[in-house]
Design a protein around this ligand. Structure first.
Ligand code: NAD
Ligand code: MG
Length: 385
C-alpha cells in the first residue's frame, strides 16, 4: 500500500493503558496506519519516546506546568503544544484522518468536539466524555457526517453484532461485566479494601481509575449511559450480566430471540484495531480465543446490593438531563479521593448519591451548562467526608 494511502492517526492519551495497546496495533499495521499526533497529561518522557519511535511531529501535554522542563526532551522537529488548547490543536491537525480518544475523564470532551468539528473520524475509548456531553457529541458527529467508532470493548462488541442490521430487529443489548476484583469478597470486608487492592484487576490490565470503576461497577454504570448515546437505547433495553472470564464482550438480543455475541481474549488491542482499520480487517496483534483448549464461560445476574453504583447509573439515565454529568463528575472525584486514601471504598457510591440529590435537575442542558454542572458537582463531591 503506498504511504499516502495510510490512515493518519492522532492518539490522545498515548502514555496510558489504552495508549500502549494502541501503539502495539500501530507497530503491527505500519502499512496502513501512520501516527501523526499524540497527547498525554504530564508524562513528557514517555511522550517524547513515542514521538521518536514513530516519527511524530505534533505532541501536546495537558498539564501546562511541566511544559518548560518538557521541551528539551523532544526532538527539535516536534512541535510541542500544551494545555487544553494544545490538546485541541493536536486533535484537529490538518493531516489527521482519525482521532483515538484515550485520555481519562471528562477532559476528553472538548478536544473530541473540536476533532468532530474539523471533520475527523473518532475512535472513542473514553466513556466519561459521552456521559458528560453525549447529546452534543452525537449531534455534532451526525451533522458533520464523521464516524464515531466505539472502542470500549463492550460497545465495540455491540457495534460489530449490530452491523448491517436494521435497528428494528434489535430487542435489547446485554453488557458483560467481570464483576471486578471484589466480586467474591464478603460484603462486610469491602469497607477495608485499599487503593492498592482496588487497582489490581484479575483479567484486564488498565489504568487506575477504570480499575477502581470496575470494582465498584461504576464502570458498567458509565457504560450503560455510553450505550444509550451510541446506540440510541432507553435504559429498559440495556441489561448487564456478570461474566467473570471477560471473553464475551457483550451480547445483542434480536426480536426473534436470537442472541449474538462477540468473543476475543481480554486485550483492548482487538477493539482498537477494529476501529483504526475499520472497515478493513487484518491479522490481530495477539492470538485469539482457542477452542482447542478447555473453555468455560459463566454468566450470572449482578447483585445490586454489592454494586450500588450500577443502580445509581440506571437512576441517572432515567432522570436524564444533567444527572449523568453529575454521576460522572461525582464518581471522578470520589475515585480520586479514594486513590489518595481520603475516602473509603464504600463511600464512593455514597458521594455519587449525595451529589445526585444535591445538584439541580435540568432538561436538555447546553454544553456550557454541563461544564458548569460538572464543576459544581466536583466542588460538592470534594466537600463530602
Ligand atoms: P490511563 O490512566 O492508563 O491513561 C490515561 C491517559 O490520559 C494517559 O496517557 C494520561 O497521560 C492522559 N491524560 C490524563 N489527563 C490528561 C490531560 N489533562 N490531558 C491530556 N492527557 C491526559 O487510563 P486508561 O486505562 O488508558 O483509560 C483511558 C480511557 O479509556 C478512560 O476513559 C477509560 O475509561 C477508557 N477505557 C479504558 C480501557 C482499558 O482497558 N484501559 C478499556 C475501555 C475503556
Ligand atoms: Mg468496557
Amino acid at each position: 500500500m503506498p504511504a499516502s494511502d495510510r490512515r493518519n492517526v492522532v492518539l490522545l492519551g498515548a502514555t496510558g493503558s489504552i495508549g500502549s495497546s494502541t501503539l502495539q496495533v500501530l507497530r503491527q499495521h505500519q502499512d496502513r496506519l501512520n501516527l501523526v499526533g499524540v497527547a498525554a497529561g504530564s508524562n513528557y518522557q514517555a511522550l517524547a519516546q513515542i514521538c521518536t519511535e514513530f516519527g511524530v511531529r505534533h505532541a501536546a501535554l495537558g498539564d501546562d506546568s511541566v511544559y518548560p522542563e518538557a521541551q528539551a526532551h523532544f526532538d527539535s522537529q516536534v512541535e510541542l503544544h500544551c494545555g487544553a488548547a494544545g490538546l485541541e490543536e493536536v486533535a484537529t491537525l490538518a493531516e489527521a484522518d482519525i482521532v483515538l480518544v484515550a485520555v481519562v475523564g471528562a477532559t476528553g470532551l472538548r478536544p473530541t468536539l473540536a476533532a468532530i468539528e474539523a471533520g475527523k473520524d473518532i475512535a472513542l475509548a473514553n466513556k466519561e466524555l459521552l456521559v458528560l456531553g453525549g447529546a452534543h457529541v452525537i449531534e455534532a458527529a451526525e451533522r458533520k457526517g464523521v464516524r464515531l467508532l466505539p472502542t470500549d470493548s463492550e460497545h465495540n462488541a455491540i457495534f460489530q453484532c449490530l452491523e448491517g442490521r436494521p435497528m428494528a430487529h434489535l430487542d435489547q443489548v446485554i453488557l458483560t461485566a467481570s464483576g471486578g476484583q471484589f466480586r467474591d469478597t464478603p460484603l462486610a470486608e469491602l469497607s477495608r479494601v485499599t487503593p492498592d487492592e482496588a487497582t489490581r484487576h484479575p483479567n484486564w490490565s488498565m489504568g487506575p481509575k477504570i480499575t477502581v470503576d470496575s470494582a465498584t461497577m461504576a464502570n458498567k454504570g458509565l457504560e450503560l449511559i455510553e450505550a444509550h448515546w451510541l446506540f440510541g437505547l432507553e435504559p429498559e433495553r440495556l441489561k448487564v450480566v456478570i461474566h467473570p472470564q471477560s471473553i464475551v464482550h457483550s451480547l445483542v438480543q434480536l426480536i426473534d430471540g436470537s442472541i449474538l455475541a462477540q468473543l476475543s481474549p481480554p486485550s483492548m488491542t482487538f477493539a482498537i484495531q477494529h476501529c483504526l482499520l475499520y472497515p478493513h480487517r487484518a491479522a490481530s496483534v495477539l492470538p485469539t480465543t482457542d477452542f482447542g483448549e478447555m473453555l468455560q464461560l459463566d454468566f450470572s445476574p449482578p447483585d445490586l446490593q454489592r454494586y450500588p453504583c450500577l443502580e445509581l447509573a440506571y437512576q441517572a439515565l432515567k432522570t436524564g438531563g444533567a444527572a449523568p454529568a453529575v454521576y460522572n463528575a461525582a464518581n471522578e472525584v470520589a475515585v480520586d479521593r479514594f486513590l489518595n486514601k481520603k475516602l473509603g471504598f464504600l463511600e464512593i457510591p455514597q458521594v455519587i448519591e449525595h451529589c445526585l440529590e444535591g445538584v439541580a435537575a435540568m432538561t436538555s442542558p447546553t454544553l456550557d451548562q454541563l461544564f458548569a454542572i460538572d464543576a459544581e458537582t466536583r466542588t460538592l463531591a470534594r466537600s463530602c467526608y
